[in-house]
Ligand binder design. Structure first.
Ligand code: XIL
Length: 384
């Protein structure tokens, strides 16, 4: 199956690729477990939205619903706004699950991050198969995409705070032996429609909902490196040409295996200095665990390293005034995508499989409670 293969290859690359070795990060001191303020309330003091990815299974479970409502001030559909879920049969849109999440968000005074408009994964089979067997030609493909962007952005118009317009379009640092750094020539949309399609999708999305803040979103752009440099150069060109890119989403899927991304804060800041909003869109920190069920980190040192990475992600976001949104990629380890995608790894989120808060939760909470007061001013005054 085309999609499955593409997805699995992506995950394998992340695990096995020759990722640059970062300097070992210092360990944090254990966080206090005494606080009872919610992340959303603490974030609000900085004008920072704290979000989570939500799946329909999460929304069905009353305990989950309560956590999502109480702890988070923004939500992202983990899969329900992706094309394969929205239009599984050509011409028949399935808005139900995404609408349900938008409704939930309204009830709970949360903002919604729309995810995602242009991406090579989780496309409907009718589309990828049609392209593969030649029944959908280039012109028709472009028209299908344009129509899809208008349909989706118009359907949710007024309800979406940030749209992840383009996702994962750049060559990874560990691929530069095979490709020049820059826009990846072999990812589905660019392969079929050329690199200019990225700018077109931003323009179409802006036409359909001028108030939504439009993001470029990617993984492994957190550190200063070839991929983030290439993105930085491209974004500058696009802004000069008037393309409505308004934010950069750093997915922030971290692993103790690779070290903490070098220069994360400065990297965010250089994009922010272009006049862009910054969001951490899919934060999780995985490590090696005993089993996919219990997800116990193999050693106390790995646990400590995870806590330290969580601390550094939230601190970096707070230190950049334009960082308006910090989203974790799910609530509990039980529902995290990590064990299914990265063999032998897990424990990537803030709640355990029994929906108990983990030490990682208290680390994030502690940073929000104790961070320098200077970070509390000026944020969130921008486009939102
Ligand atoms: C993941 C979801 O969490 C999984 O449930 C799904 O099977 C695959 O996609 N980058 C993204 C997200 O932009 O959409 C991905 O979400 C994780 C990587």
């Amino acid at each position: 199956m085309v999609l499955g293969t593409a997805s699995v290859v992506g995950a394998a690359t992340l695990v096995l690729g020759g990722v640059p070795a970062y300097a070992a990060a210092p360990h944090s001191t254990p966080a206090s477990h005494q606080h009872d303020d919610s992340l959303r309330d603490l974030g609000a003091e900085y004008g920072l939205r704290i979000g989570t990815a939500v799946s329909p299974a999460g929304l069905q479970d009353p305990e989950y619903r309560e956590i999502i409502a109480e702890e988070f001030s923004s939500v992202t559909a983990e899969n329900e706004m992706k094309w394969e879920t929205l239009e599984p049969v050509r011409g028949e849109y399935n808005w139900g699950p995404a609408d349900e999440l938008v409704e939930f968000a309204k009830e709970n005074h949360q903002l919604v991050r729309g995810h995602v408009l242009l991406w090579q994964n989780q496309l409907p089979a009718w589309l990828t198969e049609g392209v593969a067997d030649g029944t959908i030609g280039t012109e028709e493909l472009r028209e299908i995409l344009r129509q899809h962007v208008y349909n989706v952005v118009s359907h949710f118009k007024g309800d979406i705070w940030h749209w992840d317009v383009v996702n994962e379009a750049f060559v990874d640092d560990w691929e530069t032996g095979d490709f020049e750094s820059g826009i990846h020539p072999e990812r589905f949309w660019v392969q079929h429609l050329g690199p200019e399609i990225l700018a077109d999708v931003f323009r179409w999305a802006h036409d359909a909902d001028p108030k939504a803040v439009l993001f470029y979103n990617d993984y492994a752009i957190e550190h200063m490196g070839q991929k983030s440099d290439a993105l930085y150069a491209w974004v500058q060109e696009q802004l000069a040409a008037g393309v409505p890119i308004e934010g950069i989403g750093f997915q922030t899927h971290l692993s103790t295996e690779y070290g903490f991304p070098g220069g994360f804060q400065e990297n965010m800041q250089r994009f922010a200095d272009l006049g862009l909003d910054i969001a951490l869109t899919e934060v999780d920190v995985r490590t090696f665990v005993d089993s996919p069920e219990t997800q116990e980190p193999l050693t106390p040192a790995l646990q400590q390293q995870q806590e330290d990475y969580w601390r550094q992600t939230i601190e970096a976001c707070l230190a950049v005034r334009e960082c308006v949104s910090y989203t974790v990629w799910g609530v509990s380890d039980e529902q995290s995508w990590v064990p299914g995608w990265f063999t032998g790894m897990g424990s990537a989120l803030l709640w355990d499989e029994n929906l108990e808060r983990k030490p990682q939760y208290y680390v994030v909470q502690d940073v929000l409670e104790t961070a320098d007061a200077k970070h509390r001013t000026g944020r969130g005054a921008g486009r939102n």
